[in-house]
Write a protein that binds this ligand. Sequence first.
Ligand SMILES: [Fe+2]
Length: 426
Amino acid sequence: MAAKEIARISRPDPERFLRDYVRTRTPVIITDLFAGQPIDAIRTIEDASAAFGNVPMHVQTEYAVAASAPESAVETTMTFDEYWAHVRAHPDTALLCTEYEIPANIMQMFRLPEFCLADDLDRPEVLDMPRKYGDHDLCSNIFVANAGNRAHLHFDGDHRQVLLHQMFGRKQVLLFQPEACVDLRTTSGAPWSSGVYLERMSTAEQLDFIAEVGGYHAVLEPGETIYMPALIWHYLGYVDDAMSFNLRFKRNRYGRFLCVDNIHRDSYVQNLGSHLASDGDNPALAEAMPQIEAEYLRPAASLREKVSGMRAALRRACEQALPQTEPARFCPPQLDEQELDKIIADIGQTARYLDPELTAKSRPTGPISPVQKQTIRNTAARLGYSDELLEHLLWNRLGKSDLDALSKTEAVQFMVYMRSPGGALR
Ligand SMILES: [Fe+2]
């Protein structure tokens, strides 16, 4: 089998995008998603410096480097230009900007595509837990790093669909469907991380591996946007000094329930979640959910017992709804205890498996309050937003351009956005 190169298409209409790519979990590169918008004119580091060189960014030591040498790990704020001056002075720096809010100066240069909006606003949530991030449940991040950086092969736990837009520099993208988990040796690393080190392979070896296991590859060029299906395995390599941002969208009620806010990560959640994200109305998949919800609610003596019970319920669901993925192979019984240890180490210090009633009580509901509205207006004025820019940022960040239409939760999200280092207009 030859390694599959990810196809390139022109901006599809929303219906076709959802039917041909989201529904079928097929990655694709859109060559002109933001054609005609100001962001499309940013194709080099010089273009970016001229447009937003003085914008502050949150930078930190790369995750794996920080983990191996915590005493030298750094977390700070510097401007875009300062960051690149630092890279010139220290070409091997492990400092990068990753997974941080998109600064207002950059956010104003593009418009969130309509197809990113939720289409399930009238459907009840699983176990009645209110949406934590607003009606459209959106999230977005920027990434800025020097050549040679990479993100080790892993899958994300938020169950959202992803668009990754490359502004300047090229990025190598290698993807594998969730069902490749056995070949990706997921039991040898963290529960969401592969035991296969693509970063240690030559390009020819990477392509051989992709052909053997059945993956996808591409090098994303400036101005291009890749669609990555929810929960897909991804490896990203910085071919050049590069900048990109992602838009995370269209998570459905199942994804909100099964995501890392509530549940651990493993191959069962990943595989079931991937199919539910693309095809949530599939009866075989939907029928598997009540037993998982019941297990979630069942009292357990410890977190370990809870995770163990959930893994059994998720495995049964995979066996019933996705027999073709051969869930029995995901984790051989002799590795089950070791896998449980790793999951507990991964989530032990965080809040998961909370009582849905308590969760519901902790989340604000209802429309934006007059105080919130006034706070947003005052802060927006102080940060230099015009009315038009405020509407634009509300649209990109929350999928709503009318301040009056926000919920309390969305107002909180936006206030957090405005407080981020790049929140002010420069
Ligand atoms: Fe990721």
